[in-house]
Write a protein of this length. Structure first.
Length: 277
């Protein structure tokens, strides 16, 4: 299939170093809006809707990692540029890693935002028998579109956040507005579960051992200290950084998983320092 123009957007001057931004599972390109506002003067930014997501929901693929990397290579050719830097969040971090390992690209540096480090198989409460249940998407059958706005207001602490508009926009962009009043996510449930299967079998330690470029891994922790609640994540992060000294693990405390949304200034500073060092 051809690249759909609405499936990505760019910001900044094409003469600047290029930075491609990869969202997480069941997310979309607008999750990077706050980061882009900060970085647009220094980089040529490309925010992507991965196949099956957002404006790219109709793109036909088997959802394997190789198909995601193939899509990014097709996008690179479509834009007629060379991706220099790449950053991925959550599931997007593993996609970014596999892209950096692909010889068709000439990625100079890699950034992983709270993803691509800890194997899902290490999570204590999950195993081969229940991971599909644990990682299944919510059932939106019968839900009204307006209910997601109510959920955001009731459950997410964003009203006092200076980036609340960007957070709301990113969340609402996970759903097909043309299907109102029904609440229909862009990523179909069956496709979500296909990606979950690939994620479950993804081996961060093996893939990151092959990385030969400087890599920044930002690990989010919603508490003010790293304690036993993050012990298994600490363990795997330490092993990976010990085995490959090109990988720098940095913890971001008091920040939820979507750190690019909730701490964009801090994350941007870390990215700039990493890419320009």
């Amino acid at each position: 299939m051809e690249i759909i123009n609405d499936s990505y957007f760019t910001s900044g001057e094409p003469e600047k170093p290029s930075l491609v931004l990869i969202h997480g599972l069941a997310s979309n390109k607008f999750t990077w809006n706050a980061i882009i506002e900060i970085l647009k003067n220094d980089y040529y930014l490309i925010a992507v809707d991965l196949p099956g997501h957002g404006s790219n929901s109709t793109y036909k693929t088997d959802f394997s990692y190789s198909s995601m990397v193939d899509y990014l290579f097709k996008l690179q050719n479509h834009l007629d540029i060379s991706f220099q830097y790449i950053a991925g969040h959550s599931y997007g971090a593993s996609v970014a890693t596999m892209t950096a390992l692909d010889e068709r690209f000439e990625i100079k540096k890699l950034a992983l935002l709270d993803g691509g480090i800890v194997p899902l198989k290490s999570v204590p409460e999950m195993n081969d028998d229940n991971y599909m249940i644990k990682l299944a998407p919510p059932d939106f059958t019968g839900r009204k579109f307006e209910s997601i706005s109510e959920f955001i207001d009731k459950n997410l602490s964003i009203k006092s956040n200076p980036y609340s508009k960007q957070i709301r926009h990113a969340i609402l962009s996970n759903f097909d507005h043309s299907k109102k009043p029904k609440l229909v996510p862009f990523l179909e449930r069956r496709n979500h579960l296909k990606i979950v299967d690939y994620l479950w079998n993804y081996n961060p330690r093996f893939n990151l051992s092959k990385i030969k470029i400087s890599t920044l891994a930002l690990m989010a922790c919603k508490f003010d200290t790293i304690d036993e609640r993050s012990s298994h994540r600490c363990q795997f992060a330490s092993v990976i950084s010990d085995e490959n000294h090109l990988i720098n693990i940095t913890w971001i405390l008091n920040t939820p998983h979507d750190l690019q949304l909730y701490a964009p200034k801090l994350v941007s500073r870390k990215l700039i320092s990493h890419f320009q060092s």
